[in-house]
Design a protein around this ligand. Structure first.
Ligand code: ZN
Ligand code: FE
Ligand code: FE
Ligand code: ZN
Length: 267
């Protein structure tokens, strides 16, 4: 089976399409299962400082959960209730409280901000010039490890998102990957194989083959995700993601129900 576990909807403010439209494409693509994982409200900012178009508001979160629970009742494709939550150090208690209020099947943890800098936003691409790229990678992966160790997440999103705009440090990243994977193992999280990178300047799946190989060696399960922000992108690139995980050695992907994990054969 193949499952797309990273799908956004228009409710986040920067995607388009209704739940039903994503479902229709998933059915057409023959996906056995999908999970919606829209952006959790920016809980780490005071409500009046939350920019529009990044995520749902807290008032809208309840509507999102209800809509997913409703649409899955008559769906030909198995639908899971997920969410993509930003990790910002120091706000773990607020995040925990928000996550506990809803019956999520899984929670994807993401690092999109480094000290308030939205490094994966093309409008803030100028920020890269302020960094030594090697130090930036160290800082980014340290945050990703801290996120994993928070215990709040089931899956770590696009683990090497920092490569999105093709800013690559000189030298070998093996040690950084190894250290990160060992931390993921300790934290008990899955690695997300996310195809959005194929549609970004880096033109490579997240994570890089070297990261994924380390994850496989240490027995970390994987999930698959398109990171669709438009219905037509549902399932996009998953054939390549499946080919990549199989080449790496994986025979199974992880699926979730009420935050409990089951491995299933991938086809
Ligand atoms: Zn998004
Ligand atoms: Fe993300
Ligand atoms: Fe996403
Ligand atoms: Zn994402």
């Amino acid at each position: 089976m193949t499952a797309d576990y990273h799908i956004h909807t228009k409710m986040c403010g920067h995607a388009t399409g209704e739940l039903e439209e994503y479902l229709a494409v998933a059915a057409k693509q023959g996906l056995a299962e999908i999970g919606f994982s829209d952006h959790l409200p920016l809980y780490f900012l005071p409500p009046e400082r939350r920019p529009a178009g990044y995520a749902m508001t807290e008032a809208e979160l309840c509507g999102y959960v209800d809509a997913v629970l409703r649409v899955r009742e008559n769906s030909p494709v198995l639908v899971k209730l997920g969410v993509e939550a930003d990790f910002v150090p120091g706000y773990e208690a607020q995040l925990k409280k928000l996550l506990e209020a809803y019956p999520f099947d899984y929670v994807i943890g993401s690092v999109h901000f480094i000290d308030g800098w939205s490094f994966d936003n093309h409008e803030e691409i100028g920020g890269y010039s302020r960094w030594d790229i090697g130090e930036l990678y160290e800082r980014y992966f340290a945050l990703v490890r801290q996120a994993a160790l928070s215990g709040l997440f089931d899956i770590m999103a696009h683990p090497d998102l920092i490569k999105k705009f093709n800013y690559m440090p000189p030298g070998d990243l093996t040690q950084l990957y190894e250290e990160t994977v060992l931390t993921f193992k300790k934290a008990g999280v899955c690695v997300e194989v996310n195809t959005a990178g194929l549609r970004c300047p880096v033109r490579e799946i997240y994570p890089a083959p070297g990261f994924l190989a380390a994850a496989y060696r240490h027995g970390l399960p994987v999930t698959l995700g398109s990171d669709a922000h438009h219905p037509q992108i549902t399932g996009a690139g998953l054939d390549r993601a499946v080919a990549l995980i199989k080449t790496t050695g994986y025979l199974e992907i992880a699926t979730f129900e009420r935050r409990s994990r089951t491995l299933r054969n991938v086809d």
